[in-house]
Design a protein around this ligand. Structure first.
Ligand SMILES: Cc1ncc(COP(=O)(O)O)c(C=O)c1O
Length: 392
């Protein structure tokens, strides 16, 4: 738990907590009043001063630059290695466009990827004849073993979630990157469930690409995100996608252009400044507590719930202590053995005021514990799941 004072102060700025126990950051963060104000601040200036005026153009640019800087710092990246994006998917897809694929090229993913990390490769399978190899997750050393067996001369790229959206399992990305670098295979990390809940240091991990959303653990609004591209990679790769924001020089004669050398060339076009300002504020809120304390708090809270869940019959825990003694993250997934996940999530909401999510595939109910969840939230979830699991 965070100290009571910090926890109460943070909770005050999330209106949803007045009514509900919010445990669905893995889908989308609850909206804080400060994030809302940051969004409104830009919307108001734009409507007052003229959204297309020179003055506002400067404001929009400075919002974008500030967000790029803050996101880079948060990920342990250089500013020139960071691009502002719209979500995880746009980052992943941008990297896909940086490579040419031929029939027989192999892409390796894990068995716990989100469709956002599978669909682009399936598309390439259909269009270009690549092969998609799925490596089964397990304890870190088992996973690494499975991965090594899957590697071949045809491996073009490895793409993995840092934290699994299904089980909360934290994949051994650093070790994967070490192995991949020896073989000069690029690693793209899906950071949708990691950035903002565990410490991310892209240089320390040694990955080539890291795509994150703004709307989940980063506490920002939807349609925001960031993408890290390792400096050495920036020099090697070019996307076939580029737009008016990718260039530092342009001439109609020719026509001709010069692209930015930095990751800015992946930003392509204007995006909503109000929303970018919202994510900027989300990062500021996280920085106030600090990611180390956030991660520790989340894992402690997860451990308390996991310990209680493990005493209950009528549920199966999927997360994450399958592989280690302590939870890797705040994503806790369970299966009610005698209940549909959709019904369980509905009842949790209607009867207990708990916001969780379900996955029809696998009949999974997932709770996302965040650092702002209180002791009372945790007790309520334990009580509700205990009642639902013994109802069957
Ligand atoms: C692991 C993972 N990757 C990707 C996504 C898709 O994220 P976005 O909507 O930011 O593209 C999600 C969404 O839940 C996710 O959990």
């Amino acid at each position: 738990m965070l100290t009571k004072n910090i926890s109460e102060k943070i909770r005050e700025e999330f209106p949803v907590f007045k009514k509900y126990v919010y445990m669905n950051t893995g889908w989308c963060a609850p909206r804080s009043t400060r994030v809302l104000s940051a969004i409104n601040e830009i919307n108001e200036i734009e409507s007052r001063e003229g959204v297309g005026s020179q003055k506002i153009r400067k404001v929009q640019d400075s919002v974008r630059n500030s967000l790029r800087q803050k996101a880079a710092k948060f990920l342990g990246a250089g500013e020139d290695e960071t691009a502002v994006t719209q979500n995880t998917s746009s980052g992943i897809n941008m990297i896909v466009t940086c490579f040419t694929f031929k029939p027989g090229d192999e892409i390796i993913i894990s068995s716990e990827e989100h469709p956002a990390g599978i669909v682009p490769w399936l598309q390439l399978k259909n269009l270009k004849g690549i092969n998609l190899k799925v490596v089964k997750t397990g304890a870190p050393e088992v996973f690494i073993d499975n991965l090594k067996k899957a590697l071949s001369k045809k491996t073009k790229l490895i793409m993995l979630s840092h934290v699994s959206c299904m089980t909360g399992f934290c994949l051994p990305i650093k070790e994967v990157c070490r192995i991949a670098r020896e073989k000069e295979i690029p690693v793209l990390v899906d950071g949708a469930q990691s950035a903002g809940q565990i410490k991310v240091d892209v240089h320390g991990l040694g990955c080539d690409f890291y795509a994150i959303p703004g709307q989940k653990w980063m506490l920002g609004p939807e349609s925001t995100g960031a993408l890290y591209i390792r400096k050495e990679m920036l020099e090697k790769i070019q996307s076939i996608n580029a737009g008016y924001r990718s260039i530092r020089k342009f001439a109609f004669e020719g026509p001709s252009m010069e692209l930015f050398e930095s990751a800015k060339r992946f930003e392509m076009f204007d995006t909503n400044a109000a929303l970018m300002n919202g994510l900027d504020m989300g990062i500021s809120i996280l920085d106030e507590t600090g990611i180390d304390e956030i991660e520790e708090t989340i894992k402690n809270n997860a451990r308390i719930i996991t310990d209680e869940f493990s005493k209950m019959s009528g549920i199966k825990i999927l997360t994450p202590s399958n592989y280690s003694k302590k939870p890797d993250s705040g994503l806790l997934s369970i299966i009610f053995t005698e209940m549909e996940s959709a019904d369980a999530v509905n009842e949790l909401y209607e009867k207990y005021g708990i916001i969780a999510r379900h996955f029809r595939t696998g009949n999974i109910v997932r709770f996302s514990l965040n650092y702002f969840n209180s002791e009372n939230d945790i007790s309520k979830v334990i009580e509700a799941v205990s009642q639902l699991s013994s109802k069957a």
